[in-house]
Design a binder for this molecule. Sequence first.
Ligand SMILES: [Zn+2]
Length: 147
Amino acid sequence: MLRIDPGPSRKPADCVRPQTGTVPDIETTYAGALSERVVQAEAQRAALVAAIEETRSARRLMVADDEHDPDGSTASLDQARDVALLEQTDRTLSELAEAQQRLASGTYGICEVCGRPIPPARMLARPETRRCVVCAAAQVDRRGRRS
Ligand SMILES: [Zn+2]
């Protein structure tokens, strides 16, 4: 025989969701965004290295064929652009690695200049950022150019 007990003695504690902490899973939110960016940057880096190598081989062939090939200047412009992009991608990769370290050490999302929290919208748009919008803008002004 089944005995159905409505259970008036059910503990109210069961209904309370346990609090895991005051910070709402900042690591889960940004760790995903960071590793996504690392994957993107590494793919871009590989593509650039391949493109640079391809341009180099093409130039070697062209130089061997005709030293005064008019396409030579276009190829070197392409290469200069790719090399600049590669340097930028390398910087992004090291910034991302630093951001992952900050995430691990608990200083992630804090502006390195003013010490205020960086707004989540900015962090998600550029998870490797180290400065809040105000301080980043101030730095651009000091340099006298926009980036
Ligand atoms: Zn700041």
